[in-house]
Design a protein around this ligand. Structure first.
Ligand code: ATP
Ligand code: MG
Length: 750
């Protein structure tokens, strides 16, 4: 694969040239808490790609330091994905949990050096003591504990003598460091939880910042490549290794821009939510941006690697157009797969002047003459064509069959419409037609002019198949969650017809259904009795046209590596651009990042909230959508609420104490009274209702009140789900948990 030299490869080459390392060792270090997505593919492509370019090695390491969310099914999914993409991690998969004893020993060493201490402040106090961007923090009184006392406490933490949260181990660095991450970061916490590999052996677990650099060191990694959001963690990474005196070939951390794609969400947490709420059929739902989803849909590893190559490696985050990924798969399949005929919405055609039966020899690769392969297409009196390929009253420019206009049957004869048969409801149910015996494709002497050729199948020989058409899972460009789901992302056609030559004699087969798109035999549900095909992608980008008539989709290659800001006119300054990049790296949507980056007051307020609560996306949203309004009218110093209180408010949303709708109400109150958000929620009784036993009776009542909509829903109008959810939320004054309501309503309507 072609690979131009990016900044990471430049670093690697310099390090080899200077003799800093003899061998390049990289690693791909996922946390096994979800299925890998296309962002991980980018990371896999970079880490394994660099290792192979410089004859090095890339380790596959499960970063399993968080016992409550991890599982072996995710380990298997990660292994599958790496293998499927064509990479090899060698003999063994590594696990951070295998290094727990070694990491523990390093912690002891730090304590003995008086560089780490057991702290017994509460979580809230630790946060309070940390200070803000503008104010330095203050050190805990427990930092004065003696080395002996620390060793004793730490050992007892390990033995499980304390409860979760009672103590933590912290590095002793600098409570006034400009980089807030360096203000005595946590190294270990107590977690009485069962670990899927280590079992119940440990009651303490190392934090990412401590485990990651040491795991890299233990494995002899030279280049520890990660995404930009870890930029501020780099100082801790270096501090740990330096303080412990771990020398070259010790690893160094380098950051690159994380991949974001429009019309999709790309965080395992959000994907898990979709899976758990049943919005998709599983982690391998073909609409998901997971590797398993793309694989099931019919994407090839080559197309995904090609995409990763095209988007490149950069230091600035960018939003990539999903059309570019679609372009890559289309480009890959165009010359590779056979072309066959299928009819998705069949309309019966009876060719009245044809008797008997014949088989037409039709090439599988009609566009590519040297490529061999053909099949027999049965032709007879009774055929089906696509309903859409006949129009009784055609619009201007319609080139297919009409009462006046003949059309060619692909690879076959020209037919002319003689009569249109309709059912009692006035719907067309059959066309009576005539064929022209001397018009056969390849030996046409009829002299009849046609403007197009359409797909068809012979009624007797055609096979009935199920076809699943997928559209984008989200209907807006920068989706936040389930509220942005595209209600029409899946369309199942039960009775499509396909020519009989399409028999699967090996798994993993893809076809072009002429004029329809590329299709893949579903690897799970396909059986000979009930063949199922997934639509991989259409023949051209129809979405661009559908939604943005005024904005043509740019040439995919040309738009790579560019930050796209929708509707922007004024260019950003360099500093603003840097902020924008930092924000999108935190998965903040481009619109929000854009507003934040361009307003100094807003961004500094935002940074302040973020120093209190690590919830970059929710904080950014509230700052831009709510706080901005107030800041326009008032100086930051005169606001009735503080950044801390905004963080507190968001925390209540994050931990689901209140819904985001109620948060707005609370915010309005904060603006007016300057009251603390927790108190407002308590005083007004705004705590979110998540208990099904409280929500179900309301649902029952609303279902009883709306029999018409229930009937319509049951008859297939699934969009009405939103109506019911909305009614229930309204009935609770917005206090019901929307996710729970969604689930319960869906169940009740079954
Ligand atoms: P998510 O936020 O989706 O859960 P993560 O970063 O928490 O992702 P990890 O399992 O920790 O997921 O990631 C494994 C590796 O993949 C890390 O090195 C991470 O930087 C990289 N990675 C994750 N998401 C992306 C992305 N969108 N683009 C590029 N690399 C990514
Ligand atoms: Mg993570």
């Amino acid at each position: 694969m072609s690979q131009s030299k990016d900044f990471l490869r430049t670093i690697v080459e310099e390090d080899l040239k200077s003799g800093k390392y003899k061998e390049v060792v990289t690693r791909f270090p996922p946390e096994p808490n979800g299925f890998p997505h296309i962002g991980h593919a980018k990371s896999i492509f970079i880490n394994f790609g660099i290792a192979s370019d410089y004859n090095g090695h890339c380790n596959l390491r499960m970063d399993d330091t968080n016992p409550t969310t991890e599982d072996t099914i995710y380990v298997e999914a990660l292994k599958d994905a790496v293998k499927w993409l064509g990479f090899d991690w060698g003999d063994a998969v590594y696990f951070t949990s295998d290094y727990f004893s070694k990491i523990y020993d390093y912690a002891i060493q730090l304590i003995k050096m008086d560089k780490a201490y057991v702290d017994s402040l509460t979580e809230d106090e630790i946060r309070e003591y940390r200070g803000t961007v503008t104010e330095s923090g203050k050190r805990s009184k427990f930092a004065q504990r003696s080395i002996e006392e620390n060793l004793d406490l730490f050992e007892r933490m390990k033995k499980g003598e304390f409860k979760d949260g009672e103590h933590v181990l912290r590095a002793k660095i600098d409570m006034s460091a400009a980089n807030m991450k360096m203000r005595d970061p946590l190294l270990y916490r107590i977690r009485h939880a069962h670990h899927f590999r280590a079992g119940d052996e440990w009651s303490i677990y190392p934090m990412y910042d401590f485990a990651h650099c040491l795991s890299d060191y233990i494995e002899g990694v030279s280049h520890s490549i990660c995404t930009l959001e870890f930029e501020n963690n780099r100082d801790i990474y270096n501090w740990v290794l330096d303080t412990l005196g771990l020398e070259l070939p010790r690893p160094y951390q380098h950051e690159f821009a994380r991949l974001g794609i429009n019309y999709t969400v790309m965080s395992k947490r959000k994907l898990l939510e979709l899976v758990e709420n049943g919005q998709v059929s599983g982690w391998d739902d073909p609409r998901l941006p997971t590797i398993a989803g793309y694989r099931r849909r019919g994407y090839t590893p080559e197309s995904i690697l090609n995409f990763c190559d095209q988007i490149g490696v950069a230091k600035a985050n960018s939003m990539v157009d999903v059309a570019q990924l679609e372009f890559c798969i289309r480009d890959d399949l165009n010359t590779k797969v056979p072309r066959v005929l299928a009819v998705l919405d069949p309309l019966k055609v009876t060719i009245e002047n044809y008797e008997g039966h014949e088989e037409i020899d039709a090439p599988y690769y009609p566009h590519d003459v040297p490529k061999e392969g053909s099949r027999k297409l049965p032709f007879s009196k009774n055929i089906y064509i696509e309903r859409d390929d006949f129009k009784e009253n055609p619009p201007k420019g319609y080139f297919r069959l009409t009462p006046e206009q003949p059309v060619r049957l692909r690879h076959g004869y020209i037919i002319t419409c003689k009569e249109v048969i309709k059912d009692a409801g006035g719907n067309i149910c059959e066309i009576k037609a005539e064929y022209h015996p001397d018009s056969k494709s390849g030996s046409d002497s009829s002299g009849i002019k046609v403007k197009s050729a359409i797909q068809w199948v012979s009624a007797k020989e055609a096979k009935r198949v199920e076809v699943r058409l997928y559209d984008r899972l989200f209907s807006c460009e920068a989706p936040e969650g389930i509220q942005d789901l595209n209600p029409d992302s899946l369309h199942v056609i039960k009775n499509a017809l396909i020519e009989p030559a399409v028999i699967l004699d090996k798994p993993d087969e893809r076809f072009q259904f002429e004029r329809q798109g590329y299709f893949y035999a579903d690897p799970i549900d396909y059986t000979d009795e009930k063949p199922v095909f997934n639509k991989i992608v259409g023949l051209k980008d129809s979405w661009g046209k559908k939604t943005k008539a005024d904005k043509p989709t740019p040439e995919p290659k040309a738009q790579a590596k560019k930050v796209q800001v929708d509707g922007e006119v004024v260019a950003m300054t360099e500093a603003e651009q840097a902020l924008f990049n930092k924000y999108t790296a935190r998965s903040i949507s481009i619109e929000i990042a854009n507003t934040l980056a361009r307003d100094e007051n807003l961004s500094s307020f935002y940074e302040e909230t973020l120093s209190v609560l690590n919830s970059p996306v929710s904080l950014a949203n509230i700052v831009v959508n709510e706080v901005a309004r107030e800041l326009k009218q008032t100086q930051a110093s005169e606001l009735k609420f503080s950044a801390d209180q905004i963080a507190e408010l968001v925390k209540m949303v994050d931990d689901e104490t209140i819904s985001s709708k109620i948060a707005k109400e609370v915010f309005e109150e904060m603006v007016k009274s300057g009251e603390n958000p927790k108190k407002i929620v308590e005083d007004k009784g705004l705590v979110q209702i998540s208990d099904p036993s409280k929500i179900s009776p309301i649902i029952d009542e609303i279902i009883a009140k709306n029999p018409d909509n229930v009937a319509k829903f049951k008859a297939g109008n699934t969009k009405l789900l939103g109506f019911f959810v909305g009614q229930v939320l309204k009935a609770t004054g917005g206090k019901a948990n929307p996710t729970v309501v969604n689930q319960l309503v869906a169940e009740s309507l079954k």
